[in-house]
Design a protein around this ligand. Structure first.
Ligand code: R5P
Length: 306
């Protein structure tokens, strides 16, 4: 099969991480789907074969590197290598959730810089551009040698939050690192901003040490990039309620949701929960906004800018 492409044609290759999202994006931007088979050899190694003719194509590979992160990341690298070998003119990886992004610096000696290593693997595999949504830290962009497109989910989330019509709203960042993100929401919604002082005494353990800002009688909306164990959101919610908040809601872009995360968040009396579909299948019972329109618009823009 030959993939039709011209200077604005988008050839979309879906990895194995999130076929539903790839389908929605392809539909919205009119992309041509590239047939590919992704399987495993008997010993468990990943086996890839691109079945379409992508010689000269402006190719987009959609693959969030969510759990199982190592497998998804390696599959993305193999897809890029296969596409380069098949003659794709330019390869853009669309990685709405980028795994390993939280491990961007060595916090203690003896740790790897996992984010940087993942970025180098993808560059070596032949990826020219990478599109990511709400990285843990936008500064991580410097780890990528390739062209990097960083998207924010605000435009998708804000209409949903406005629709809640929550009275006396205060936006809260659950830690200092997320303050800029939370500030964007507070400005857009013209409401006050607060922050929770968080410490991490051990990996995957979050302790809310206090609340900065007066939240008494307020409806607090915690804004974060992701929920993994749910400990950050749960701890922040408990601290806010202890500080006199009337109610607490939560918004996080990536529903990474390790086992028990949703139960942990619910047990902390969090009311409404809003997330996106950047991570496949996670927590289908919570309110989710699709990122497909944002990705489709971005791919269209990138293809036209060629
Ligand atoms: C920084 O630490 C991040 O912005 C998130 O707050 C964190 O990754 C959430 O992880 P968890 O749900 O495990 O507390």
């Amino acid at each position: 099969m030959t993939i039709a492409h011209d200077h604005v044609g988008i050839a979309l290759l879906a990895g194995n991480a999130h076929p539903e999202l790839a389908e929605a994006v392809a539909r919205l931007c009119g992309a041509t789907r590239v047939p590919v088979s992704i399987g495993a050899f008997a010993d468990g190694e990943t086996r890839i074969r691109i079945d379409g003719d992508i010689a000269g194509a402006d190719l987009y590979i959609l693959q969030p590197t969510s759990a199982p992160t190592n497998e998804r990341l390696m599959t993305l690298a193999l897809l890029a290598d296969a596409a380069r070998g098949a003659g794709a003119a330019r390869i853009t990886a669309v990685v709405p959730y980028f795994g390993y992004a939280r491990q961007d610096v060595r916090k203690t000696p003896g740790e790897p810089r996992s984010a940087r290593l993942a970025a180098r693997l993808l560059a070596d595999a032949g990826i020219d551009r990478l599109v990511a949504l709400e990285l843990h830290s936008p500064a991580l962009e410097s780890a990528f040698d390739m062209t990097f497109v960083h998207l924010e989910a605000d435009e998708l989330m804000l209409p949903a939050v406005r629709g809640w019509e929550v009275p006396a709203l205060t936006i809260v960042s659950p830690d200092a690192g997320g303050l800029k993100r939370a500030q964007r929401y507070a400005i857009a919604l013209a409401v006050p901003l607060g922050v929770v002082a968080k410490t991490r005494p051990a990996p995957d353990v979050a302790v809310a040490a206090g609340v900065l800002g007066d939240v008494r009688g307020r409806s607090c909306l915690i804004v974060d990039d992701m929920a993994s164990t749910g400990g950050t959101i749960a701890g922040a919610a408990q601290a806010l309620l202890a500080a006199g908040a009337r109610e607490v809601h939560a918004l996080f872009v990536h529903a990474v949701m390790a086992p028990g995360a949703l139960e942990r968040i619910r047990a902390a009396s969090v009311g409404r929960i809003l997330t996106t579909d950047s991570v496949p299948g996670a927590a289908p019972t919570i309110e989710r906004v699709s990122i497909a329109p944002l990705l489709a618009r971005t791919l269209g823009r990138l293809a036209r800018a060629a």
